[in-house]
Design a protein around this ligand. Structure first.
Ligand code: 2RA
Length: 350
């Protein structure tokens, strides 16, 4: 029979993409409940042509629900995930709330699908910039273990939400009209500007976004001592992140071999036209499932280094698509009922 699904955070940019993907991928939805904060309750959304009213999430919301797709931020996930698991629903959480919890698998279906076997009711969706980088790096890592990764990201406004995407356009319009750009969704003008990702800073000078990339990649690859560093930057692009990735191996990794591996990698499109000097751009990746990779070249500063460039849709593969693919994987591999142990070993919040 079908799956009774609840989307927690239905009115956000990722929520809208989840609705679209559940429909276009023919996920077997028997019943769909749209949940959000009380402020968003009452909004009407559409699923497969049917109008649906968004409800305010309550402790009763998850009764008779099999699957919760949560994308409402860490605080909401921490507040409600345990209630969902106790109600018997499996929760795929797009927030950072449980990603590093040892009882919570952190999954990219093309990379570590086996990790879902150990879930106790919650499966975590990695951060978007982590997913996109991992999709390009893992096919190479599987051939030759990566010893060190250096990543610079060029992150779209969508990572800061639907309101931020709207503000980017408003800022651009204001500037072209010679007016001061609004800065409500963003702390600074983003139009015609870039700024280092403004997530909270740690004592070591890294922001949370950068540390997420490092710690999450280590967990997904199963390499606790993977040497990695990242510089995350917000750029005036609507919904696709781009990343410059430098990978160091123990031995030389021919660019031609990397090209062949990535051309065959699931969820990756190799886009390289050297004659036309044409490589992945956000406008190629926006709205697409695949991560677009190109400009693969030997690192001229290191005999065992490799450089590559990628663009990927932050809302789609960076969030909603990966979550729906995890749901499809769970359905195929083990069904959606949490293990009996789930209720005893409920996931602790951070
Ligand atoms: C960002 N990855 O882009 C974060 C949150 N989605 O800001």
């Amino acid at each position: 029979e079908g799956v009774r699904v609840a989307i927690l955070g239905a009115t956000g940019a990722v929520g809208a993409e989840l609705l679209e993907l559940l429909a276009t991928r023919s996920f077997p939805v028997a019943e769909l409940k749209l949940l959000a904060s009380p402020q968003s309750a009452g909004k009407m959304l559409n699923f497969k042509g049917e109008p649906l009213t968004v409800e305010a999430v309550t402790s009763e919301s998850f009764r008779d629900i099999d699957l919760v797709l949560a994308s409402a931020g860490s605080a909401i996930s921490k507040a409600w995930a345990q209630t969902a698991v106790e109600s018997g629903a499996v929760t795929i959480d797009n927030s950072s709330a449980f990603r590093m919890d040892p009882k919570v698998p952190l999954v990219i279906p093309e990379i570590n699908p086996q990790a879902i076997a150990t879930h106790h009711g919650i499966v975590a969706n990695p951060n978007c910039s982590t997913i996109l980088m991992a999709m390009a790096a893992y096919p190479l890592h599987r051939e030759q273990p990566i010893r060190r990764a250096i990543v610079a990201t060029y992150q779209s406004a969508s990572g800061a939400g639907a309101r931020a995407m709207t503000e980017l356009k408003t800022q651009a319009r204001s500037i072209l009209d010679g007016k001061a750009p609004p800065t409500e969704a963003f702390p600074f003008p983003l139009a015609f500007n870039v700024f280092p990702h403004n997530s909270d800073l740690s004592d070591n000078g890294y922001c949370q976004e950068e540390l997420k990339m490092v710690y999450e990649t280590r967990k997904i690859f199963g390499v606790p001592d993977l040497r990695m560093t990242a510089t995350c930057v917000r750029v005036p692009v609507l919904r696709a992140h781009s990343e410059a990735v430098n990978l160091e191996f123990d031995a030389p990794f021919p660019a031609s071999r990397a090209r062949a591996l990535l051309a065959d990698a699931p969820g990756v499109t190799l886009l390289e036209d050297w004659q036309a000097n044409r490589f992945p751009m956000p406008i190629d990746a926006a709205g697409q499932d695949d991560v677009f990779v190109g400009r693969i070249r030997q690192d001229l500063s290191h005999p065992c280094g490799l450089e590559l460039w990628l663009s990927g849709d932050q809302i789609r593969k960076g969030a909603a698509l990966n979550a729906v693919q995890i749901a499809e994987l769970l359905l195929r591999e083990r069904g959606l009922r949490p293990t009996a142990a789930a209720t005893e070993n409920l996931v602790r919040t951070e």
